[in-house]
Design a protein. Structure first.
Length: 237
């Protein structure tokens, strides 16, 4: 199962899924607040965990990008090794450990959510596409990401910010030691912020591996889908 990031949909994994075809059954759900699940309520962590548990069959490998990676960590801890046999996290973080930093993020996410509700999806897409962490993407990658973001609606994205944003979810730094399954942390070579986070996460995980994909930034699954698929395939045997 592959969980997408904020403003994306399950379709963002299309090229990764194609590269995995024939070897695995790949599931790429739309997370609540996004795409076909844009109107689903409530948009809460508990509801999303239930969605994942109901969608996946038996034990499964769970991968997630950015917001989807943060959710994947919560899913793995909630469902345990009996269901989640391996984690692959791309540009992900366990959250904000500092209470004041988290409170500030809740406030900024609420402000953004309120503003998104007043915008068209086209206007928000243009603004989000200019986020510095996404800089340096090839034109073809930017075009595909834009088409995917336009599958969303402002109201759904606002609910996702409030219910699943970085400030909304409790940090998991002090629970990383509970993850007994193998964890692969994928980061783009140009994604220096999340490379540092991956290093810190690896130090707290019982079984962790960091994979740096050359020449790409934060959204490695969009910029280098074959390399991401190859890592998932290698770590899921």
């Amino acid at each position: 199962m592959l969980l997408h990031g904020f403003t994306q949909t399950g379709a963002s994994w299309e090229r990764v899924e194609a590269a995995l075809a024939g070897r695995y059954r790949v599931v790429t759900p739309d997370i609540r607040g996004h795409g076909t699940a844009g109107d689903a309520e409530p948009v809460t962590l508990a509801a999303v965990i239930d969605d994942v548990a109901a969608t996946a069959d038996g034990r499964f490998t769970l991968a997630g990008y950015s917001m989807g990676g943060r959710i994947a960590l919560h899913v793995a801890l909630a469902l345990g090794a009996e269901r989640v046999e391996r984690l692959v996290l791309i540009g992900a973080s366990p959250g904000l450990a500092d209470p004041s930093g988290r409170a500030a993020r809740v406030a900024s996410d609420e402000a953004l959510a309120a503003r998104v509700e007043e915008m068209t999806i086209e206007a928000f897409e243009r603004e989000w596409g200019a986020t510095p962490v996404l800089a340096g993407q090839a034109d073809s990658v930017r075009a595909a990401a834009r088409a995917d973001r336009l599958r969303n609606a402002p109201a759904g994205l606002a609910r996702a910010l409030r219910g699943l944003g970085t400030g909304a979810l409790p940090p998991l730094w002090d629970r990383l030691s509970e993850l007994t399954v193998p964890v692969t942390l994928i980061v783009g070579e140009r994604d220096t912020k999340f490379r540092a986070i991956a290093d810190e996460m690896a130090a707290g995980l019982p079984s962790a591996e960091i994979v740096v994909i050359e020449g790409v930034g934060h959204a490695a699954h969009l910029e280098a889908p074959e390399a991401v698929a190859a890592t998932i395939s290698r770590t899921s045997r």
